[in-house]
Design a protein around this ligand. Structure first.
Ligand code: SF4
Length: 451
């Protein structure tokens, strides 16, 4: 393998000098075949070049097959990706059905229960070997069917073994990725994409950049999927995504992207395409820095393209030069709009926190409440707590781990109910959304009083 690694996933070429591929993910119940097919069709119409669906258990395997067959019968040949957590048998079943299987090394055989594990080197190595042995059937089936694998490392779901030894750090994410890159290479399997996601823009950039360099050093640069996870919605979600993804693309890193929004999935790809196109017109020389203030002037008339350009350049300046402020000038928009964009970029990069930070997942087939409406309510009611971080997550399976560094959060339970969390600790049984809001309000007020 060399730095030009590229291959096909279905009809799409990824990696090497191929254009950046824009992808998205459904949030329907995968068992609802008609709704999932309809949503994939809308995503494709909106520009998705790859579509991912969650496959939480063996129960969804047949549904996924039916979704694929219906889409192909309808002439929709978008590559399909199965998102699998926890159960290797599901990944193996999916490997002959879809074009790519995403696994999460943090919970594929390995586990996360927030326990400190003090393993000797031989115990540690034995755990990696067990993981490799369990993964063998997946590689065999993927090879037989030409299926790719994404090693989807998430900052919020690293396993106990890795976190105990390397901390909850970008370096730990790189370690997790490299263990699996080694396992892939052990089985002579090279159709591999890697992602390093975090809701924190800097953590995601650092982990991806370190992995990019480490893979180059080893001469095995596999395509990188980049994205800021749990970025939220609206302006905040777009700015966070553009700052992280755009800056990495400007640094020459990234082969496929997902802008992950707590909005209908068909909203993700139009902005992602604008971001990729915008970055193609930029260089880091487009901004200046004086006294740690990054300044960018441009009369871009399209608002989304403008915010994509400004955020990507600011993310680049923040990561490479540790700027302390951002000044944006665009005569097409008013001073207030530019000031709001500046404040949102500063917040996204954690340079200046002027309001509550919200993290929220895009939701998927595991979500059983109206997360988009609840996020809007939470933002409306609880924006005035700068320095605090509030999570709004779709499911109890992955939500608590993914928002573990939030102060408080609402996590979806079953049938429209939610639980309230403090960090990764569940504080309540399943409540109605209104009850949870009241609980959250009291917690936030008490926390601010105690400060
Ligand atoms: S946290 Fe959100 S996106 Fe992740 S598995 Fe749960 S519902 Fe899906």
């Amino acid at each position: 393998m060399n730095s030009k690694t590229s291959f096909n996933i279905g009809k799409v070429t990824i990696g090497g000098s191929s254009p950046v591929v824009v992808q998205s993910m459904t949030n329907t119940d995968t068992n609802d075949v008609a709704a999932s097919v309809a949503q994939v069709r809308r995503m494709v119409a909106a520009g998705a070049q790859m579509a991912r669906l969650t496959v939480p258990s063996l129960q969804e395997v047949e549904a996924m097959r039916a979704i694929r067959d219906q889409l192909r019968a309808d002439g929709v040949d978008v590559p399909l990706v199965a998102d699998v957590h926890f159960n290797p048998k599901v990944a193996e079943a999916m490997a002959s059905v879809v074009d790519k299987v995403r696994i999460n090394p943090g919970n594929y055989v390995d586990k996360r229960s927030f326990k400190q594990l003090d393993l000797t080197d031989s115990e540690y190595n034995a755990a990696v070997e067990r993981m490799a042995l369990r993964a063998e059937p997946l590689f065999r089936i993927c090879r037989e069917h030409g299926t790719a694998i994404r090693l989807g490392i998430n900052h919020g779901s690293l396993c106990d073994r890795i976190v105990s030894r390397y901390g909850n750090t970008p370096r730990a994410m790189v370690q997790s990725a490299l263990e699996w890159v080694d396992i892939c290479e052990h089985y002579d399997f090279h159709k591999v994409v890697v992602s390093m996601k975090s809701s924190n823009v800097h953590t995601m950039m650092e982990a991806t950049w370190l992995l990019h360099h480490e893979m180059a050093r080893r001469g095995c640069t596999y395509p990188l999927h980049i994205g800021v996870t749990e970025a939220g919605n609206g302006l905040e979600g777009r700015v966070k995504s553009a700052a992280g993804i755009g800056a990495l693309l400007l640094m020459g890193v990234g082969d496929t992207v997902r802008v992950s929004l707590t909005e209908p999935p068909e909203n993700e790809t139009p902005f992602a395409h604008k971001l990729v196109d915008a970055v193609n017109t930029l260089t880091p020389c487009d901004y200046t820095i004086h006294d740690n203030v990054m300044e960018y002037a441009c009369d871009e008339p399209d608002w989304d393209t403008w915010l994509a350009k400004a955020s990507a350049l600011a993310g680049h300046a923040y990561y490479n030069h540790r700027i302390k402020d951002v000044k944006l000038i665009n005569s097409r928009f008013g001073k207030d709009e530019c000031a709001e964009l500046e404040a949102t970029i500063l917040q996204a990069c954690h340079i200046k926190m002027s309001k509550t930070e919200f993290i929220s997942c895009p939701s998927c087939g595991r979500t059983q409440y109206d997360i988009q409406a609840v996020l809007s309510q939470v933002k409306e009611r609880f924006s005035g707590y700068p320095g605090l971080k509030v999570g709004v997550m779709g499911c109890i399976v992955n939500g608590p781990g993914e928002m573990a560094d939030a102060d408080f959060g609402i996590v979806g339970a079953s049938h429209g109910t939610v639980c309230v969390y403090e960090g990764k600790t569940r504080l309540t049984e399943a409540l109605s959304v209104e009850q949870a809001m009241k609980h959250l309000e009291k917690l936030l007020k008490d926390k601010m009083m105690a400060k």
